[in-house]
Design a binder for this molecule. Structure first.
Ligand code: AMP
Length: 355
């Protein structure tokens, strides 16, 4: 999909009658709830079946469902969706299970810049972007034989941290590695984890100003990961590993958190340089994004990942966060996305925030 295709599509849209659409999963309750608060119609794409639990949350339920057999079938429904003036909001599960390749060719206007996908999904390019922006990332260990401190081994494309493991020596690595999968080895950073939820608007100047537009910090969370976050209940990791029980990093939920205020200048500086670098590299990371960080005991941030869209860590804040409360009461990331689309539609700037 080129920007020209999207712009052509938008000319036929009734911009006073847009429908906010996403896949029913991940942060969809928040997205629908936020869109509803801003006066949009909403449409939920349900994969396989309509999930009954939406009936229990009337303010998070979409006005309408479209049921498809599987993710790929979304590609067959685009004519129907365009007739409803649909704007698609991508989230983590949507892009992961639909597939970045399919997402890139989806012929519907989507919130954010699709060019970000290749920079985010290729670990080399991600590093070029983030280190190019002056951020510190965990050291990468190219040769497993060089493991001389705790490392985390990550399989490519692993969903929700599945299969990741810690190794402290080459021997431990050898015992655990699944040789048929491609992987990355990173220094395991000791510290506390903060997942920072930003919002970058290229078209509004009323927040932390950048060379173009402005940046907000809407919230932050810490992920709850099983079994690593509770494993200490049973004994030390070393004791358990002797028994063949290894901690895992599967995300099960999100915990609200705030950070000492004196660290906020660094948080904004990091967000600023990530956006500025993205403008230089691929036209900008638009809307919500998340930096996944560890703060060391020297109060240095190490950034181990970027997510270029709404993350599930924003879900604790459907009624606002301690940060968004100081922007506007009751402001979730889902609502902020809807506001951006509403503002862009009003000012004839949809091409600046949709791709
Ligand atoms: P990721 O898929 O990269 O978000 O990683 C999944 C989880 O592994 C994170 O939420 C962290 O708990 C942990 N993790 C990832 N990278 C590191 C690292 N370099 N040091 C310490 N923990 C990490």
């Amino acid at each position: 999909m080129t920007q020209k295709n999207i712009n052509d599509m938008l000319t036929s849209y009734d911009k006073k009658n847009l429908t906010i659409c996403t896949v029913c999963s991940h942060s969809s309750l928040q997205i629908f709830n936020g869109a509803r608060k801003e006066g949009f119609k909403t449409l939920g794409i349900a994969i396989g079946e309509k999930k009954k639990f939406y009936d229990a949350f009337p303010l998070g339920k979409p006005d309408e469902f479209l049921i498809v057999n599987n993710y790929k079938d979304i590609l067959k429904c685009t004519d129907e969706l365009r007739k409803k003036n649909v704007v698609v909001i991508p989230h983590g599960s949507f892009v992961e299970y639909f597939g970045a390749d399919n997402f890139i060719k989806l012929d519907l206007p989507t919130f954010g810049n699709r060019n970000v996908l290749m920079w985010e999904s290729d670990r080399k390019m991600e590093r070029e972007w983030l280190e190019g922006a002056g951020l510190t990332m965990p050291q990468e260990i190219k040769n497993p034989k060089d493991i001389n401190k705790p490392v985390i081994v990550k399989y490519h494309g692993a969903k929700g941290g599945k299969g990741f493991f810690i190794a402290k020596t080459f021997d431990e690595f050898q015992k655990r590695i699944q040789k048929n999968k491609s992987f990355t080895i990173q220094e395991f950073v000791m510290g506390t984890r903060y997942y920072l939820h930003y919002f970058y608007s290229p078209i509004q100047d009323d927040a932390y100003k950048l060379s173009k537009g402005s940046l907000q910090l809407l919230s932050m969370d810490r992920r709850d990961e099983t079994t690593i976050d509770e494993v200490h209940r049973l004994g030390s990791i070393a004791e358990l590993e002797e028994l063949g029980i290894h901690p895992t990093f599967v995300v099960t939920g999100n915990i609200p958190i705030v950070m000492r205020e004196s660290l906020l200048p660094k948080v904004f500086k990091m967000g600023e340089s990530v956006v500025e670098k993205s403008l230089e590299l691929f036209g900008g990371i638009i809307g919500s994004f998340c930096l996944e960080t560890v703060i060391t005991e020297d109060l240095e941030f190490k950034v181990f990942e970027i997510s270029a869209r709404i993350v599930a860590g924003t879900n604790p804040y459907i009624a606002g966060s301690p940060y968004s409360e100081m922007i506007q009461p009751d402001l979730s990331t889902g609502r902020r996305i809807a506001q951006e689309i509403k503002y862009a539609a009003k000012k004839n700037l949809l091409h600046e925030v949709l791709s």
